[in-house]
Design a protein around this ligand. Structure first.
Ligand code: SF4
Length: 550
C-alpha cells in the first residue's frame, strides 16, 4: 500500500501572497520523483490562522493541527509529514510535529526557518536545509526502503531548475483557491544584504526555463487568475529578460494584475514603458537613506540613480511602493525619520515600514553583537534596541510605521500628501507622529486588522485631523482647498476600485482641484476663488473620471 506523504504548513492569511508555495514545490517533487514511483500518495494540507475554526491560542493551535493531520493520515496507517517552516509558524508546527512523532509518524521539516539553523529544532525526525526538491524525495526513499540510513540534518544541493516540476502545472496547487498566484521566476539574488537569507548565498541567480514560465502563464490565463505576485527579488537585474517577460505577460494575461520587486537604480525609460503595458505595481527596497547604515548591511545604494529611476516611474505613470526598515545598525532616530521623509518625497503609492529581524543564518546574525544590535532570541527575532536607538526609540518607530500605514497607505494619500505637508509646514514623519498621538486607537485597530479598512471612514478621520491642524497652525484659510483635494482623490480612488459612482460637493471648481494647481495649495488658494460645485465620479475606458452634476 502506498505511504501517504502530507506536505503541510501554517499560513498567516488566505491570500495569493501567503500561498503555500514551498510546501507545494516539495509535494510536486515527491509526486514526480522516479525513486518513489508507486510507493507514495502525496497531498498538500495548508492551515491558515484565518480559518474559521482555527484556534486563536498557540497552545491549542498545535493540537488542532496535529489532530487534523492525524485524520488525514488515519486511513493510510502509515504517513510521513513534511512541514514548511517560517519564523511565524515554527513554534506551532514544531509542537504539532512532537505530538505526531509520539504517535509514531515520521516528521520532516524544511523552509527558511530550518534552513537558517537546521540543528536547532529537536522535535522533527529530519531537518532539510535549503531547497527541498531533490533532498526530500531522496530522504523519503531512504526512509521507505530502509536501504541506507539518512543523516538527521540534511544540507541540500540547489536543484537544476530546468528539471523540477511546477506545482501549478501538475495540479498540486490551484491558484483559483487563493484568488491569485505566487509566481517563481528565479531563485537566488546577485546582492548580499546582511539581514537577508541570501547574504551567505552564491550571489548567483538561477532562472526557471521559459517553457515552464509560458506554460504557467497559459494556466493563469485559463483560470483567469486576477493577481500574481512575482517571486524574483530583483526582477529587473537582467533587463533583456525583464522586457521579454513583460511582453509575454501582456500577450497571455493582459487583465491580470502583477506585483514585482525591482531595483530603482536599474529602471530606465524603455523598461518603465514596458511596465505600463500591463496592470502592475512595483515594490522597491530603500530600507534606509543613510549611506553609512546601508554600507553596514552591504546594500549598495546610488541615491542619484535611485531618484532618477523613481522619477521615470512617476513620469510614465507606473505604480510603485517603497520599503524602509527601522532598527538597522548605524541608524539614529533622526536618520530613520530622514529616510521616511526622503521616501515620501518620491511619491510612492505606499510606504511599508518594517522592524528589522536578525534572522539566524544571515550575515547580520553573525555580526549582530559587534554592531550593537539587541534582538529577540525567538521568532520573529525583532530588534529591540541598537547602539543608536533606545527601546523607546524603537517603540516610536513602530508608531510611525502604524501611522504611515493608516494615514498614507490605507488613506490613499499619495496624490495630496506632500502638498498638504508643505502647506502645514510639517515633514512627513512629523505629520505621522502627530497623527498617531491623536488617533493611536484607530491606527492600532487598523494595523491589527491588516488593512481591511473602510476608506471612507479613514478619509473622514484624515479630514477631521487636517481641519484641526489647520486650526492649530492658524491656517484655516487653506482648509477648504485641502478638503476638496482629499475628498476628490478619495472618491476617484474608490470609483477605480469598485467601479461605483459617487457624488460629492466641492468648494472649488473641480477642474482646478483635479489639475496641477492643486499640488501647490498655497498658490491654489491665493490665486483661485472658491466656487461651489457638485460632481459625479464614474468609470470610463481610461479609468475613473468625473462630470459636473446639478
Ligand atoms: S534583500 Fe533582496 S536584494 Fe538584498 S540580498 Fe535579499 S533578496 Fe537580494
Amino acid at each position: 500500500m502506498a505511504v501517504r506523504v502530507i506536505c503541510t504548513t501554517l499560513l498567516i492569511e488566505k491570500s495569493p501572497q501567503a500561498l503555500p508555495l514551498g510546501a507545494a514545490c516539495v509535494a510536486s517533487a515527491v509526486k514526480n520523483a522516479p525513486e518513489l514511483k508507486g510507493q507514495v500518495e502525496v497531498s498538500l494540507k495548508a492551515f491558515c490562522l484565518e480559518d474559521k475554526d482555527f484556534p486563536k491560542d498557540k497552545n491549542t493551535a498545535y493540537e488542532y493541527i496535529a489532530g487534523k493531520l492525524l485524520e488525514t493520515a488515519a486511513d493510510a496507517g502509515n504517513a510521513i509529514f513534511c512541514f514548511s517552516c517560517f519564523v511565524w509558524n515554527i513554534e506551532v508546527l514544531e509542537a504539532a510535529a512532537k505530538k505526531l512523532r509520539e504517535k509514531g509518524f515520521v516528521c520532516i521539516a524544511g523552509g527558511p526557518e530550518i534552513t537558517a539553523h537546521p540543528s536547532f529544532y529537536k522535535y522533527f525526525d529530519y531537518t532539510v536545509s535549503g531547497e527541498g526538491e531533490v533532498s526530500v524525495p531522496l530522504l523519503i526513499s531512504k526512509i521507505l526502503n530502509k536501504s541506507e540510513k539518512s543523516d538527521k540534518i540534511i544540507i541540500s544541493q540547489s536543484p537544476d531548475l530546468s528539471l523540477i516540476h511546477s506545482p501549478y502545472l501538475d495540479g498540486i496547487i490551484d491558484p483559483s483557491e487563493y484568488e491569485g498566484a505566487l509566481w517563481e521566476l528565479a531563485r537566488g539574488c546577485p546582492f548580499k544584504c546582511a539581514y537577508c537569507y541570501e547574504s551567505k548565498g552564491q550571489k548567483t541567480v538561477r532562472m526557471f526555463p521559459m517553457e515552464r514560465i509560458k506554460a504557467e502563464l497559459e494556466l493563469f490565463a485559463k483560470k483567469k487568475v486576477p493577481q500574481v505576485f512575482v517571486l524574483d527579488p530583483t526582477y529587473n537585474v537582467n533587463k533583456k529578460r525583464a522586457v521579454e517577460l513583460l511582453r509575454l505577460i501582456a500577450s497571455k494575461t493582459p487583465d491580470t494584475f502583477y506585483y514585482f520587486e525591482a531595483r530603482a537604480e536599474l529602471i530606465d525609460r524603455e523598461l518603465a514603458r514596458e511596465f505600463t503595458r500591463i496592470p502592475c505595481a512595483l515594490q522597491i527596497g530603500l530600507q534606509s537613506a543613510n549611506e553609512e547604515t546601508l554600507r553596514l548591511v552591504n546594500r549598495p545604494f546610488d541615491k542619484k540613480k535611485f531618484i532618477r529611476g523613481l522619477s521615470i516611474l512617476n513620469e510614465e505613470g507606473v505604480i510603485f511602493g517603497l520599503d524602509v526598515i527601522y532598527g538597522l545598525p548605524g541608524e539614529s532616530f533622526g536618520s530613520f525619520r530622514d529616510g521616511i521623509d526622503f521616501a515620501i518625497s518620491q511619491y510612492p503609492n505606499n510606504l511599508e515600514i518594517f522592524c528589522l529581524s536578525v534572522l539566524p543564518g544571515t550575515d547580520l546574525y553573525d555580526r549582530a553583537d559587534s554592531l550593537g544590535l539587541v534582538y529577540e532570541k525567538a521568532p520573529p527575532y525583532h530588534v529591540t534596541k541598537t547602539k543608536e536607538l533606545t527601546a523607546d526609540d524603537m517603540k516610536r518607530a513602530e508608531k510611525l510605521s502604524k501611522s504611515c500605514t493608516c494615514f498614507y497607505n490605507s488613506g490613499r494619500a499619495v496624490p495630496w500628501f506632500n502638498s498638504v505637508c508643505r502647506v502645514l509646514k510639517y515633514k512627513p514623519s512629523k505629520l505621522f507622529e502627530i497623527f498617531y498621538e491623536n488617533y493611536s486607537d484607530f491606527c492600532n485597530k487598523l494595523c491589527s486588522e491588516c488593512g481591511h479598512e473602510n476608506h471612507k471612514e479613514i478619509e473622514n478621520i484624515q479630514l477631521e485631523f487636517l481641519r484641526e491642524q489647520c486650526k492649530i497652525k492658524n491656517l484655516q484659510r487653506y482648509y477648504a482647498a485641502i478638503e476638496d483635494i482629499v475628498k476628490f482623490y478619495g472618491a476617484i480612488s474608490r470609483t477605480t476600485d469598485s467601479g461605483k459612482s459617487e457624488i460629492l460637493s466641492l468648494n472649488y471648481n473641480a477642474e482646478y482641484v483635479a489639475s496641477d494647481y492643486a499640488s501647490d495649495i498655497r498658490y491654489f488658494v491665493e490665486n483661485l476663488r472658491p466656487k461651489k460645485c457638485r460632481i459625479q465620479t464614474f468609470m470610463n475606458k481610461g479609468g475613473a473620471d468625473f462630470r459636473f452634476v446639478k
